[in-house]
Ligand binder design. Sequence first.
Ligand SMILES: Cc1ncc(COP(=O)(O)O)c(C=O)c1O
Length: 386
Amino acid sequence: MFSKRIRDVQPSGTVMLANKVKQMKNQGIDVISFTLGEPDFPTPEHIIDAAKQALDDGMTHYVQSTGIPPLREAVAAHVTNKNGIKAASDNILILPTKFALYGTIQALVDPGDEVIHPDPGWVSYGPMIELAGGVPVPVRMRYKDSWVWEPEDIASKVTDRTKAIILNTPSNPTGSIISADTLKAIGDIAEDHDLRIISDEIYENLVYEDTHFSIGSIERIRDRVITISGFSKSYAMTGWRVGWMVADKETVKMVNKLQQHSLTCLPAFVQMGALAALREGDECVRTMKEEFRARRNMVIPMLNEIDGVSCEMPRGAFYAFFRTDLGIPSMELADMLLQKAHVSLTPGSAFGTAGESYMRMSYAASRDELTEGIGRIARFISSLKG
Ligand SMILES: Cc1ncc(COP(=O)(O)O)c(C=O)c1O
């Protein structure tokens, strides 16, 4: 009854877990959830006001599938100034970030083509590659003092069928950053083997110690790189479903074909909200980032105090990716924590085999919830250790 393509693909583990938590909460159970990756702040008021105004102004009809011209222009100026990626309006496509990744993979990958992606890495890369008939090729990150993605490990997985490399910096789930030198080395690999690079930079504004470096700013490889980012995590706009893709004009045209035949366009009032976000400047982004930094600095030492838990200080995003020495499969541990301690975490195995001994905790939650939740985790782990 259903296509093989859709039957074979796994449902999103993170979305399923979130649904389970909602179900428990509806039953009156006091569950603390650290699973979903979204800021707990409201969307800043000036963004909401701009969208409301657009509705009052009658912006309720179809608009250009590529995005409204002023938003494309604003994003082009933004990525040129902030990311150092030289872009004009026709290098920009406005679409939900997740759909930008999906659409790019659809546009590049033929059945049997291989796409390299990080392990541990975001849960949707593999399924998206499979939905295009491609073959996901996870390349393990190594844990030294922190998680690193070694260019030689990537190079060793390149074959005649490799089409693209997906990279993600800062990384979900590890919170690690790929250094500019490593990005340059990955760029060299792409050049040597004629590959495209899909750079997922959705957490670019949540970088705590370093300066964010965009691989698309390397002039030599600019046309190989498709940079994808958006408003969700930086401006607390996850529900607005608006982001962008920066690429050469031909790639923009190809992915836009998919947009035309599926979403048509993003709602105009949503795009007007997004435009206000860029026009108003980054102050709200910086305020939220400072709060995330403070929570990170509070949460990581608390986790490390738990006997049998170790967690590196993440340099970006809002996830603590911690290791336990319990020897319990991470999926089982997540289930036990949910059922017995009423705390919801994402099992590391959801992000690939390299994540097996880890749990991901989103610290985009209030300080009270973080304190109470970590207390529950500590008591539960200590009860297991007896
Ligand atoms: C690494 C990564 N890329 C892309 C996305 C998708 O972002 P959006 O929800 O804005 O489509 C997410 C969302 O969690 C993410 O963690």
